[in-house]
Design a protein. Sequence first.
Length: 327
Amino acid sequence: MSASGGTKAIVAALGANLAIAASKFVAFAFSGSSSMLAEGVHSIADSGNQFLLLIGGKKAQRQATPQHPFGYGRERYIYAFLVSIVLFSIGGMFAVYEGYEKIRHPHELEYWYWPVAVLVFAICAEGFSFRTAIKESDELRGKLSWKEFIRRAKAPELPVVLLEDFGALVGLVLALLGVGLALLTGNGVWDGIGTVCIGVLLVLIALVLAAETKSLLLGEAAGADVLRQIEAALVDGTTVPRIIHMRTLHLGPEELLIAAKIAVRHDDSAAEVASAIDAAEARVRAAVPIARVIYLEPDIYRESEAAKGPDPEATPGGRGPQSASGH
């Protein structure tokens, strides 16, 4: 994901959420609707989340240090994980609690036109934000489904904004239903039920975000398409006839570490091996620009070792990629 695309989507979401939050709190002050209060807190939480994503993007740009030799690219993953915590605690749990209280102590809505007008405005504003996130994501999604894009994206910003905006739109519809039923029936319990539904929705979205960002924090390998590009770039058929085994790891959304054991010819001199390694690194960097750190170890390919199956150095149960040739 390009940083500019993610930033554009974040700024659009931030502007929409700040405007929506102000309007929701005004509507709550006039109507006493718990759905409006929950939605107002939801918008504040979302605004805080966008600030967190912007801070994470800024911190990730710091140069590597002796203490952190691979840089700070994972700052973006850390702040995305904080977003899921904020969404779960401040957004989801508060809404569930507020809805529960409203169901226990319902009261009739006053000045009903305030929440209805604000909800219609909020749906339009969130729709604009969601449209921006979809447009930015479509440039990167390719043929992937939306579910696959969210699961496979190495940059957390667009999936976070997409899920937040989707949750906000569904939450607004639930709030509108709750307020509408409360007005039609004269029973404020419906407003509380709508609020609880909003809270449950936010908790579910927060859990999805937490699961995805946890995987990124643990360290994910390059995607299948990138792996194929790396393998094609490494092997030139002459100086590097094959890959014995390979591991990749995302140090950040746009920083990839590659460690591979490559086969060289048994009669190559040290100078020829060094030249082959330099050329292989240059080919990989040209094919995959995010390959920032590359470690290549030359070795002699042995058919007897390859026949043993997968790389014996692999961690049991690990999911790291391996070349088909084995070692």
